[in-house]
Write a protein that binds this ligand. Structure first.
Ligand code: NAG
Ligand code: NAG
Length: 335
């Protein structure tokens, strides 16, 4: 398969498919709190024929509900705007979530727009203007392409399977679990507020839904200086072919986060053919991560110029379509 074809099929099926350094943001923005955060979500081009009658681009409603559940509002961001328009949007939103799906991570409009925001976020954070980014599934893959400047993706098929996380044990062992296990993930920002019982369950119970064909192997991650200096590796998992792939990453210096699995499905997707984790612990995991990321958004002071501009930008004026009878999603927003 060509590189392009290969990338096009990153996450098939489902909308995949789902310590601060000293240099990092100024005290001022760390202390600031914005209790009306807005998280931007890039729309994705519709490729599935059954979805085409509804619109050219879409966002599964599960991602929107996920962000709303953490106390945020959502702004859908179209892929057809100019760089100047994206720069303007960047000044209004308080974070960005890259959703799962299946697009080319180097040549698509989605990738082009993501790169514009990624660069703006790097510059903003460098200047003390806190701006978080979260990538789920293909979103994580996209973050690795943006950071590495190349695609390191290979076959790491884990399709429709729920797994516990294999948390990493590298360094910073500053907390001991109830099992007496020290893990690096415990010193992460992402899992910082998690109860011990949940951390233990995370390593033992299948709380994370995987729906992907490609990913970054632990070996590729460790051998790539750009990636391993940018991100801490918090967890790994094993693909059907035996490859160990990175499953949770967190920026060392930047508030950028990636999960190869889908936290939003635990609470907001119900297709019976899919292995979505719906246990109480799985729901707690999903809730805490949504709250964590939205809380990162509260540290951004970007805002709209006026309430009218804000109202016309948010997702509330769109109505999701019932899609449970022709896709794996219950509801989808079309744009
Ligand atoms: C967890 O990851 C480590 C390092 O990649 C590996 O040696 C170990 O076999 C993995 N365990 C499981 C249960 O996947
Ligand atoms: C799905 O359900 C809706 C609402 O009941 C209906 O209007 C639509 O025709 C159905 N679509 C398909 C493809 O069955």
């Amino acid at each position: 398969m060509s590189q392009t074809g290969f990338l096009t099929y990153l996450c098939l099926f489902i909308a995949c498919c789902v310590g601060y350094s000293e240099a990092f943001p100024s005290k001022l923005s760390q202390e600031a709190v914005n209790d009306r955060p807005v998280i931007g979500v890039l729309t994705q081009i519709v490729s599935d024929d059954v979805m085409k009658p509804f619109g050219r681009t879409y966002i599964p409603a599960s991602y929107v509900k996920y962000l709303e559940s953490g106390g945020s509002r959502v702004m859908p961001i179209r892929l057809t705007l100019t760089t100047a328009e994206y720069e303007n949007i960047f000044k209004k939103i308080n974070g960005l979530l890259f959703i799962g799906g299946a697009v080319d991570l180097e040549t698509s409009d989605f990738a082009r727009v993501a790169k514009i925001f990624y660069r703006l976020a790097l510059m903003a954070n460098d200047a003390g203007d806190f701006f978080p980014i979260w990538g789920t599934c293909m979103g994580l893959q996209l973050l690795t392409v943006l950071v590495a400047g190349e695609s390191l993706l290979t076959d790491t098929l884990a399709e429709n399977v729920a797994l516990p996380l294999n948390l990493t044990t590298e360094n910073c062992m500053n907390r001991i679990t109830t099992l007496g296990v020290s893990i690096e993930a415990h010193s992460s920002r992402m899992f910082e507020g998690f109860p011990d019982k949940l951390m233990t369950a995370l390593t033992q119970e299948p709380l994370t839904g995987n729906f992907h064909h490609f990913g970054v192997t632990v070996q590729n991650f460790q051998e790539n200086k750009k990636l391993n200096s940018f991100f801490s590796l918090l967890s790994t998992n094993v693909a059907e072919n035996g490859a160990h792939f990175i499953s949770t990453i967190e920026g060392k210096r930047y508030p950028f986060y990636g999960v190869q699995w889908h936290p939003e499905v635990n609470r907001f997707q119900w297709d019976r053919k899919k292995n979505y984790p719906h246990s109480a612990r799985a729901v707690q995991l999903s809730s805490l991560l949504a709250e964590f990321f939205v809380d990162e958004g509260r540290r951004s002071l970007h805002r709209f110029d006026n309430p009218e501009e804000e109202a016309s930008s948010l997702i509330y004026s769109y109505t999701p379509v019932y899609a449970g009878n022709f896709t794996g999603y219950e509801q989808i927003y079309f744009f």
